[in-house]
Design a protein around this ligand. Structure first.
Ligand code: NI
Length: 199
């Protein structure tokens, strides 16, 4: 019987900016390890932790585990009400390829950086390759706002946090100031992107 069957809360602690785990280069998960109990449990815990905290995604480095694994999922998210839905996607050993030179400028936030948002540039058309939790190859084309979410999580596996990518630090703001001053305009911009890219 696993811990989940006993109903034990499997949320993990999310480490915050300043914790060295967030600056580590995560290691590739060996194929032979993917089905192991520790990796499968880590994935379950990432999903549960992300859902409890209303994240759009979560990378293993954010729970101080240096493996190249992230998850993405957006469904009725109160933290990001303007984000298009993304079905639960587990990516092990991701490889992201940019498919266009176009960039979009989007506000991001991060569960490891409480109460801060800022504008980063993201590629709006990417190819995401890697393995799913069964070790099967995945190959997705992700567009629009959702593409930014995948790039944010992939950055975590390389020790990169969104403020590292903020070009104009004057766009940094708290969540309160974001919703008070910038959210309306940003929602209109997101709606345009979603209209253009379908996600
Ligand atoms: Ni993050």
């Amino acid at each position: 019987m696993c811990y989940h069957d006993k109903g034990i809360d499997m949320q993990r602690e999310i480490v915050e900016i300043g914790h060295p785990a967030l600056r580590e280069m995560a290691q590739k998960v060996p194929d032979t390890e993917i089905s192991s109990a520790r990796i499968q449990r880590l994935i379950d815990d990432l999903i549960e932790t992300k859902r409890k905290k209303n994240g759009a995604g979560l990378a293993a480095t954010q729970v101080a585990v240096p493996w190249r694994i992230f998850i993405v999922e957006v469904a009725n998210n109160p933290r990001y009400p303007y984000k298009p839905e993304i079905p639960l996607t587990v990516v092990i050993n991701p490889e992201i390829t940019f498919l266009t030179d176009t960039r979009i400028s989007v506000y991001e936030g991060c569960l490891s950086i409480p109460d801060l948002r800022g504008i980063v540039e993201r590629c709006p058309e990417i190819r995401v390759q890697g393995l799913d939790r069964q070790g099967e190859a995945i190959d997705h084309t992700i567009k629009g706002i959702s593409a930014g979410t995948f790039q944010h999580e992939d950055d975590h596996l390389n020790g990169i946090l969104f403020p590292d990518r903020v070009k104009d630090t004057r766009t940094l703001c708290t969540w309160g100031e974001f919703s008070r001053r910038y959210e309306d305009d940003f929602r209109a911009y997101v709606a345009k992107i979603v209209n253009q890219y379908g996600s």
